[in-house]
Ligand binder design. Structure first.
Ligand code: ZN
Length: 135
């Protein structure tokens, strides 16, 4: 068996899991109170020389529940941006800077063998503009 098969990332595992959400919801359905959002993510770790792997996400290209890590050996890698946003919305936060560690581990392609914890980490900046509700 080749050792270079693509490992499933957090978003893949989430997509394949039967017991979490039954269906994928759109950003509007998940976060109806958000008018606008900018998320920027920098990653550091394996395959990345320094904090230079920057992605910017908005409502238009929102990645979904998880943002994946870039370590090719990492299984179930990434972090839950959905959870961060839900916590922010609960507190009505508009700005947040945080550091997340990858939840995955380096393992065999299907994740059966555990070699070591993935050390990739993410610097995340979120800026939210809330809708003015008439409630
Ligand atoms: Zn990882």
């Amino acid at each position: 068996m080749s050792n270079h098969r693509k490992r499933l990332k957090a978003s893949d595992v989430f997509r394949e899991s039967k017991h979490v959400f039954g269906k994928k919801v759109s950003f509007e359905e998940a976060f109806p109170e958000i008018e606008d959002i900018v998320i920027s993510v920098e990653e550091s770790g394996r395959k990345i020389n320094k904090w230079n792997y920057k992605h910017t996400y908005t409502k238009q290209n929102f990645p979904g529940e998880y943002i994946d890590c870039s370590n090719p050996l990492c299984y179930n890698g990434g972090f839950s941006i959905g959870k961060i946003l839900r916590d922010m919305v609960k507190e009505k936060l508009t700005e947040l800077e945080t550091l997340e560690l990858c939840q995955g581990y380096e393992g065999s392609p299907k994740g059966k063998k555990y070699y070591k914890k993935c050390l990739n980490q993410f610097k995340i900046r979120v800026s939210i503009k809330y809708k003015k509700t008439a409630k």
